[in-house]
Design a protein around this ligand. Sequence first.
Ligand code: NOJ
Length: 540
Amino acid sequence: MNQSPKAPWWQSAVIYQIYPRSFADSNDDGVGDLNGIRARLPYLADLGVDAIWLSPIYVSPMADLGYDISDHTAIDPLFGTMADFDALLETAHARGLRLVLDFVPNHTSIEHRWFRESRASRRDPKRDWYIWRDPAPDGGPPNNWLSEFGGSAWAYDQASGQYYYHAFLAQQPDLNWRNRDVRAAMHDVMRFWLAKGVDGLRVDVLWHLMKDDQFRDDPVNPDFRDSDPPYKRLLHTSSADRPEVRNVVRELRQVVDEFSHRVLIGELYLPLERVVAYYGDRLDGAHLPFNFSLIETAWRAKDIAALIRHYEGLLPQGAWPNWVLGNHDRPRIASRVGEAQARLAATLLLTLRGTPTLYYGDEIGLPQVEIAAGEVRDPWEKNVPGFGLGRDGCRTPMQWDTTVQAGFSTSEPWLPLSKDATARNVAEQQRDEGSLLHLYRRLFALRRAHPALATGACREIAAMGSLLSYRRTDSGDGDFLVVLNLGDAAGTLEWPAGTTGDVVLRACSRAAGERLTGRIELGRNDGVVIKLTKKPPEMA
Ligand code: NOJ
């Protein structure tokens, strides 16, 4: 499917996720902030991304590092002030960058005024804004639902003699989205930011918003293994991903549609068959239900080819795909696939059909940083240790240059830098034309220059040994063949006789322009993007 020239901006955009604590610290307290981000906008504009998405910047006691919000329409002083936010938005727009904010509707902080009121008494008008239940007959939790962050999802409130539900930390009580006043209040939060001019919202844990109104137990997971975290003991079919959530999503979309040119993105850790349901029956749900399958699929040509075909096949008519390689919750791509393959990962992300989301620091190959036991900040790791769930290692400071603390801050940063920070930083990679950073820049530029690569059709997805290949086509822009060697042995791809093409990008070197005929020989860890110049009729 080719895209019309009137297609919305977010279809051809590259989104860059910033974890605000870790991007740039302007006031030297060791934690990143809004003014720090603003000062780095020239870098992002020059790099060639189109939109930035900020993880939460709102007032929070920081039990879950900002995903526990106590005031949705104010900026946490750790990050700055509302004036700083307004300046950031204005400067981003002036530089042609869009700004997307995190929106966390499933839960609030335990310190939110709404929860304080709700907890105050069973008769409080806000009681029903959260999910309160009587104890089970034995005095225990009302049902077997588990918290993703460890233990029962029910916390007992001594004073009122009832339990409240929390899908994450006990400090993050879930809002009751069956209550119309809750919906209205949260819609107003959305309007507050959209009216300020933010270009979209990324909705946290979208699939959690509705729970079974009968509060039936979640069934036991027959595939549970002892090495799995305890949350996996159950299948969460009663506590999450309920059919009723569709209406809620549709309403979120309606609020976004009150404003023009905004995007609604949904976080969804679900099988792809379920993810695509969040586009909505009439494409009236999320514009981009996040597709995290590249993060979760084995790094092998045949698995990734199968994944692309599967996803493309599942997409409802007219739905726009998207791809994500990393985020603040999952291990860094450079450590997962290795430094050499990180170049192929970049080429893959930026030549697939659909909106790519890139995680800050991945453009310089930031690794997963090891965190000493006593320095863990992530509540998930603290509550459920030993399963490798900790997220601190992918949230470490951006490494800018060779000055103190890699240019992130002049104080000790809240999380450590990577061991190779003096070599691995933006300044060093800017000097080196062969660096990963320069590869990303070339890929962004190539995608901009060629609609075929950004929005063209994706066809002939194939795997041969360690080679993954696919064709991107656009009637106005021509044909491109992408061949990626996801292995560490050389590989050869034979072409139909009579085919010729010019290499427009090579993943492992700066060489381009070379003319290829008949076959493509790829060294280990190499990849090419080829503009086809002559095709036999069968390659129409
Ligand atoms: C998903 C967010 O991405 C994650 O960082 C957070 O801990 C949970 N939601 C709870 O809000």
